[in-house]
Design a protein around this ligand. Structure first.
Ligand SMILES: *Cc1c(COP(=O)(O)O)cnc(C)c1O
Length: 335
């Protein structure tokens, strides 16, 4: 790790050890730890041509007593298995992947920053079968890697309200793959997002194909007001965030009415006259939206600042992750 990394952009610093396993002849190899660095990959590899690749992202936190805890690892492993299934890739064995994660964290334990930092874990699975005629044939070989990246405060300079473009035409990705964390989905959202950044100076695009609110390029979307949350109900068209699930669970514990259903852009625009809006995900936890840009017009969300309900729910989740509130749902795995 380089010196003075605290100002580094999210994900740009990697621990010097990674975990790796390979799949061939119908079986996973044992895992091994290796120095983080280039892999030898055949230029005919399936993933490079036909996009057979998926990943995960979650965090391990250092508590005040120095112990290290992974947040909802089993849930992320299960989601990666569902991504692999959707892409017809070999599904990672859950025990193998869990041991890759915990063995790696144990090796790089000194890299786990103190709160509000964390160690971000990035499992990656990709098809390695060398065959350029396999556009409609699944890869029978695969590589599974786990990278670790120490991350500090995602919002250097404090929590700032986000500016979001409401996109009612373009879709983020193919609707049947929205719930899969696969590389091509991010490539697909990149063009519209960069174009909107250039045109409107926004942070993210909120995809609302057909006028139904969905999610942004890498975060789920929640409408929040005192005692009430509205968010889209789960369907294959968008990513089923673990942060979303955790926040909804905590909100129910706190007595909020949690409404999960399809809702329209018009309903959202009504809501934000007085209510709050926020993005949820592992990296950003829960980030308040200050402005929505629709048809070139800027609409403030409530008073344009990050709202008190957003801050309260964010603090409730962060307290469990950082070990300052009881882990009553059994979400932490001690390493
Ligand atoms: C990863 C991701 C999320 C957030 O998922 P978490 O499990 O909460 O980190 C939301 N949307 C997209 C498109 C994502 O890739």
């Amino acid at each position: 790790m380089s010196s003075n990394p605290r100002n580094a952009p999210f994900g740009s610093i990697l621990s010097d050890t990674m975990a790796i396993a390979t799949y061939r002849n119908g079986a996973w190899s044992a895992m091994e730890l290796r120095k983080t660095g280039p892999l030898e990959i055949h230029p005919a590899a399936h993933a490079l041509h036909y996009g057979s690749t998926c990943f995960e992202g979650f965090k391990a936190y250092r508590h005040a007593d120095g112990s290290v805890h992974i947040f909802r690892m089993a849930r992320h492993i299960e989601r990666m298995r569902r991504s692999a299934e959707a892409l017809i890739l070999p599904e990672p064995d859950p025990q193998l992947l869990a041991s890759m994660v915990t063995t790696l964290i144990d090796r790089v334990r000194a890299d786990v920053p103190e709160a509000p930092g964390a160690l971000y874990l990035r499992p990656l699975l990709f098809g390695t079968m060398a065959n350029i005629g396999a556009a409609a044939t699944p890869s029978t070989e695969a590589c599974l890697v786990v990278l670790a990246s120490p991350v500090w405060d995602y919002f250097a300079g404090g929590i700032r309200p986000l500016k979001i473009l409401v996109e009612e035409q373009a879709q983020r990705c193919a609707p049947h793959l929205g719930m899969v964390k696969t590389g091509g989905n991010y490539a697909a959202a990149m063009g519209p997002t960069l174009a909107a950044r250039k045109a409107y100076g926004i942070d993210q695009v909120l995809f609302c194909p057909g006028g139904e609110v969905q999610e942004t390029g890498a975060s789920n979307f929640l409408l929040i007001r005192p005692g009430h949350i509205l968010t889209r109900s789960l369907d294959p068209s968008f990513l089923h965030g673990v942060t979303r699930d955790s926040l909804l669970t905590l909100a129910r514990d706190l007595g909020y009415r949690v409404e999960e259903r399809v809702f329209s852009v018009d309903e959202m625009m009504d809501w934000v006259h007085t209510g709050e809006a926020a993005l949820s995900g592992t990296a950003a936890v829960l980030s308040g939206v200050g402005t929505l840009v629709r048809n070139g017009n800027e609409h403030p969300v409530a008073d344009g600042h990050v709202g008190p309900e957003t801050l309260k729910l964010r603090a409730a989740l962060v307290a469990i992750q950082q070990g300052t509130a009881p882990d009553s749902h059994g979400w932490l795995t001690r390493v």
